[in-house]
Design a binder for this molecule. Sequence first.
Ligand code: HEM
Length: 208
Amino acid sequence: MGRTWLERLNYVLVLLLCLAPAAWLVWRTVQGDLGANPIETLIRQLGVWGLRLLIAGLCITPLARIFKKPRFIRFRRPVGLFAFGYILTHLSTYIGIDQYFDWHAIWKDIVKRPYITIGMLGFTLLLPLALTSFNAAIRKIGPKTWRRIHSLIYLIVPLGVTHYYLLVKADHRPPLIYGAIVALLLGWRVAAKWWPVAARAPRPSVQP
Ligand code: HEM
């Protein structure tokens, strides 16, 4: 079925929305407006936007089912890939700008700091999802394997929230709020098992 101009416009709007925080961060960097500790601000902003987009990706299937809009599913791939892009940049900033590629120090951090261990685990698990988010890969592995690989997201997002919870020193409310939203979204999926309309397994959205 061909896509209408409105569907195309919605798709472009979603892409622009995903891109907006990155554009804002680039702008603030150019303006020298990242506060007293620009590297920390950059890492934190990239991390939190990565997490927000992962959570936004988890919202798409419930919204599509609840509002009976199966076309919403096509937003899952760009939102997920943007989340990966933010998290990859988050990790690269930490490795290149914060640690100056000091692999020894980075390895020590991974082993000694539980929040880094958990972040690294989350990122490692995200890799197969990103690599199988292209039409050619989806066709090659088939929908069953694709589904199995992509169900890792139910582990990755809680790992991201745990990473956040462990690294905050004073106010634990923000990671707890993200955690509550994730619990609700995962709870919906468990409930959906008993709800025939919502029970269909996720499918890859192969686009022409
Ligand atoms: C699924 C993967 C990941 C997610 C969702 C994620 C998310 C986050 C979030 C939400 C924050 C806090 C932002 C804030 O305070 O507003 C953060 C901070 C941070 N993350 Fe990640 N992260 C991930 C992976 C990683 C990895 C792989 C590393 C490095 C090996 C890493 C290193 C850091 C560091 C150094 C901070 C800042 C800590 C500080 O300023 O004290 N993260 N991340």
